[in-house]
Design a protein around this ligand. Structure first.
Ligand SMILES: [Zn+2]
Length: 107
C-alpha cells in the first residue's frame, strides 16, 4: 500500500481551510491581512477567494465583500467583480484606495 499522495490539490485544500477559518472572524479582513495569516501571496488570496465564493454557493455560509473605497472622495467600487484591489479611483484619480475586505458569515 502506498501513502496517499500529497500534491498541490491537498495543499490547496489546507490553504482554503485556513483561509475560511480566518474569514469567519467577526472583523472583515483585507487581502493583505489574509495573506499574512495564511502565508500566501495576495494574488493567491484573490484566487482562493474567487474559488471560495463559488464553492460556498448553496452552503450555509456566504462570502461578504466590503467594497474598496476611495479615501479621497469616498467613491465605492460597488460594481467591481474582481476581488483584487483597484489601483486608482475612476472619479478623482486618487491612488489612496482602501482595499476591499472580506468575511464569511451564515446566510
Ligand atoms: Zn476618488
Amino acid at each position: 500500500m502506498s501513502k496517499p499522495q500529497v500534491g498541490p490539490r491537498a495543499a490547496d485544500q489546507t490553504v482554503r481551510a485556513a483561509l475560511l477559518e480566518a474569514l469567519r472572524s467577526p472583523r472583515p479582513l483585507a487581502a493583505l491581512e489574509l495573506s499574512s495569516i495564511v502565508r500566501i501571496s495576495q494574488r493567491e488570496v484573490a484566487d482562493h477567494l474567487e474559488h471560495l465564493q463559488r464553492s460556498l454557493a448553496g452552503s450555509e455560509e456566504r462570502l461578504v465583500v466590503e467594497p474598496a473605497r476611495c479615501n479621497a472622495c469616498e467613491f465605492e467600487f460597488e460594481s467591481r467583480d474582481r476581488l483584487s484591489r483597484p489601483s486608482r479611483c475612476p472619479k478623482c484619480k486618487s491612488e489612496r484606495i482602501d482595499p476591499p475586505r472580506f468575511r464569511v458569515t451564515a446566510r
